[in-house]
Design a binder for this molecule. Structure first.
Ligand code: FAD
Length: 279
């Protein structure tokens, strides 16, 4: 079976960024992705830009999935957003708790993502395919792996259709997570999130914050390349292609690319995986 590809963008902040994203999207369309998703800023800071980007992707004939985070929001606020997406013909949502922007204390009317999933189902029934986040290396704020797994279970039982993982570079973490979920009797597809590697220093900073582990051998090798960007990119492509090969061989149902609004790395990885033949 051909694995399903999906691709994530962030909403651009400038007209030039929007032009670049259109060009990126049109190049990535060659992969025939199941959907393009668009992130949502902490505390709703990108509400309008996410909405406009999603509408534009949908108007160009692609399936578009907005991310929607609930922390810091009210029910009324989320209700309005769901009504806007319903009116725009959107059928898929990535439902998240999100993180409070720094300095903000009030969590609002939702505490965790399972409450958002429950609310979306209560408000809109089966209209949306609901994706939720999964953490093969565990969420950094989780009290324990067992608690994090229970939190994932609550999201599924609240009505999530499928899951996308945080990125990781250790195949065993993913396989262990999928096993643990299956042992709970949950059959939702769990699609690995794939982060192509462009700049190692950026990746290292980001990974520390989101709890994704970079294996020692990778960190040491990338660090030894200093600012040799060609060597970093070449190793990044090799490492991530091998990761995807192993995941697909182990039965991953698809791949979700964190594209960072760039087409090149995702296209090259998919070309190496033989996933562009259909294009
Ligand atoms: P939850 O599933 O609610 O979990 C958050 C934490 O709370 C976990 O540690 C969990 O174990 C714990 N927990 C859950 N329920 C309980 C409970 N009842 N009691 C105690 N602890 C509990 N962020 C953005 O801001 N915008 C985006 O667009 C975005 N897109 C993302 C897409 C993907 C695929 C992924 C993997 C992450 C994304 N994030 C995004 C990051 C995400 O918002 C953060 O990781 C956030 O900290 C957690 O969101 P969540 O939906 O996983 O939360």
């Amino acid at each position: 079976m051909t694995p399903e590809i999906s691709i994530e963008f962030f909403p651009p902040t400038t007209p030039e960024g929007a032009d670049k994203l259109r060009a990126t999207r049109d190049r990535l369309a060659a992969l025939q992705p199941a959907f393009f998703s668009v992130t949502y800023g902490a505390g709703g800071s990108t509400r309008e830009r996410t909405f406009n980007t999603v509408k534009e992707i949908a108007a160009a004939g692609f399936e578009a999935a907005p991310h929607l985070s609930c922390i810091g929001s009210t029910r009324e606020n989320i209700r309005e957003i769901l009504q806007d997406y319903t009116a725009a013909g959107i059928r898929r949502i990535v439902a998240l708790r999100g993180d409070l922007p720094s300095g903000v204390q009030d969590p609002g009317e939702f505490r965790y993502a399972n409450e958002l999933v429950e609310f979306i189902r209560a408000e809109t029934g089966d209209r949306f395919h609901i994706e939720v986040a999964a953490y093969p290396e565990w969420h950094p704020q989780a009290k324990s792996p067992r608690d994090d797994l229970a939190a994932f279970q609550r999201k599924v039982e609240a009505g999530a259709t499928s899951a996308i993982t945080q990125y990781f570079y250790n195949v065993d973490a993913y396989l262990n997570f999928v096993d643990a979920v299956r042992k709970l009797g949950l059959n939702v597809p769990i699609v690995p999130g794939i982060m192509p590697i462009g700049s190692f220093s950026k990746l290292a900073r980001f990974s520390d914050a989101c709890g994704a582990e970079i294996p020692r051998w990778m960190r040491k090798t990338f660090e030894s390349y200093g600012d040799d960007t060609d060597a970093i990119r070449a190793l990044g492509l090799d490492v991530v292609t091998r990761l995807c090969e192993k995941l697909l061989a182990a039965g991953a149902p698809g791949l979700h690319f964190y594209s960072m609004n760039a087409a090149g790395p995702t296209l090259e990885i998919c070309r190496r995986l033989g996933l562009t033949a259909q294009a």
